[in-house]
Ligand binder design. Structure first.
Ligand code: PMT
Length: 401
């Protein structure tokens, strides 16, 4: 049985001669057991009729925002939520440009902008259009959004010229998707603990010691593991985020001590733990029950005590088969600090991010990391979205499972 069986696929078809291949692609998806909703651009309908496509997909083809005679609204938002993936094949230069720049003037592009699922783009166009810096820049933009580009083949083109621009063959596109979804199941049956966000250490009922962690990196890791089949417990400090995947159980905590006890409760049962939270190293020794009043005293001295080191505690409790991953957020001596933490906390891997790198660390949507392991291996990654960084980290974890 194909891994595509039961998957919800949006097949986006644009106006290009390669649209005839979309019929075969649609048939292959249906044969694999997928449920397919075709969304076609107005130009696409000049090349292939909706009747053929709806007959094969067993669903009305969507092209306009409204059905003209009934006024029925076609919700691109609902479609975007329904899909396990969106495949745009063929993707013309025009639609690629609109997708890259958010020009939402048709149903296909609005659906693309609403899609929460992975998006695969199979370009098809003449060789010079393909080579044009504008097309190349737009494709790079789509890649930077996390879309997957299924590169066109080199060969005979409709123009009579030969070169790169032929849409990849439908069988190959199906193989590409099958490979993608197979790799996404590589954490099936695994239990994962992830910490995310900051901790807040109470000074009094209105003040705390905290840090700038937004939780974005930890939540991206939780989504990545869950999307790849893992059962995830996300122990989260106070953040403005919500986990999307239902396989993620979120345990909300405030302080480092609460985070430690939540982690210790689940750690014995997990295969992997990733300590991404920015845990406050110190907490006020005597948190006050009443607001410290400015008027009633001189500048107060807040005595601090050391918080428990959660990663190091789990490092001591770790069993042979468990993988414990830590992060190191550094401002200087990055390499030596990270490798020292790897050893001292008995971690299997450490992910270094430096506040000296632009776009890395707290709050940003991007991160730039290096991964170190106990065998002395080191991999340096370029600046990427936190989603893609999460993919890289989970790939490394999976290769060690
Ligand atoms: O949340 P974002 O805004 O997306 O930012 C992401 C991030 C910068 C917070 C994340 O990428 C990151 O680097 N997390 C770890 C931050 C940190 O506390 O680093 P550290 O070098 O101080 O700690 C080393 C390791 O020990 C970390 O795995 C940390 O979770 C853990 N630790 C630290 C202190 C402590 N008391 N207990 C711990 O478990």
């Amino acid at each position: 049985m194909s891994i595509l069986s039961g998957k919800h696929i949006i097949l986006g078809i644009c106006g290009g001669i390669a649209a005839y291949k979309s019929v075969s692609l649609l048939r292959l998806f249906i044969k694999a057991g997928a449920e397919v909703q075709v969304v076609i651009t107005p130009a696409g309908k000049e090349f292939i009729t909706p009747v053929t496509l709806s007959a094969l997909s067993h669903k009305p083809v969507v092209s306009e925002f409204f059905t003209a005679n009934t006024g029925e609204w076609h919700s691109h938002v609902d479609l975007g939520l329904w899909a396990d993936c969106m495949v745009i094949a063929p993707a013309t230069a025009s639609t690629i440009g609109k997708m890259a720049h958010g020009i939402a003037d048709n149903m296909l592009v609005t659906t693309y902008l609403s899609a929460k699922s992975p998006v695969f783009v199979a370009p098809a166009m003449d060789l010079d259009m393909m080579k044009h810096p504008s097309t190349q820049a737009n494709l790079e933009l789509l890649s930077s959004y996390g879309n997957y580009i299924i590169e066109p083949e080199t060969g005979y083109l409709a123009s009579g010229l030969e070169g790169k621009g032929r849409m990849e063959e439908p069988e190959k596109i199906v193989e590409y998707l099958e490979a993608y979804f197979s790799s996404r199941c590589d954490m099936e049956g695994k239990k994962v603990l992830i910490t995310a966000g900051p901790t807040h250490e109470k000074i009094d009922p209105v003040r705390f010691i905290g840090n700038y962690s937004s939780g974005k990196m930890g939540y991206a890791l939780a989504e990545e593991c869950a999307n790849r089949g893992a059962e995830v417990t996300l122990v989260s400090g106070p953040v403005n985020l919500r986990a999307e995947n239902p396989a993620i159980r979120t345990v909300n905590v405030e302080s480092a001590r609460e985070m430690l006890s939540a982690c210790q409760e689940v750690f014995p049962d997990v295969d992997v733990a990733v300590m991404c939270a920015a845990v406050a190293d110190y907490a006020p020794a005597h948190p006050q029950d009443h607001k410290i009043k400015r008027e009633h005293q001189d500048v107060p001295t807040i005595e601090l005590i050391k918080n428990p080191d959660i990663a190091a505690t789990l490092g001591k409790e770790k069993k042979q088969y468990q993988i414990l991953v830590g992060f190191a957020l550094e401002t200087d001596n990055e390499f030596s600090n990270a490798t020292e933490k790897l050893q001292r906390k008995n971690l299997d891997m450490i992910v270094l991010n430096s506040m000296r790198d632009k776009g890395a660390g707290f709050g940003t949507d991007t991160n730039k990391v290096s991964i170190f392991d106990r065998s002395g291996n080191r991999i340096d990654f370029p600046l990427k979205s936190k989603k893609d960084v999460a993919t890289d980290i989970v790939n490394e974890i999976v290769s060690r499972l």
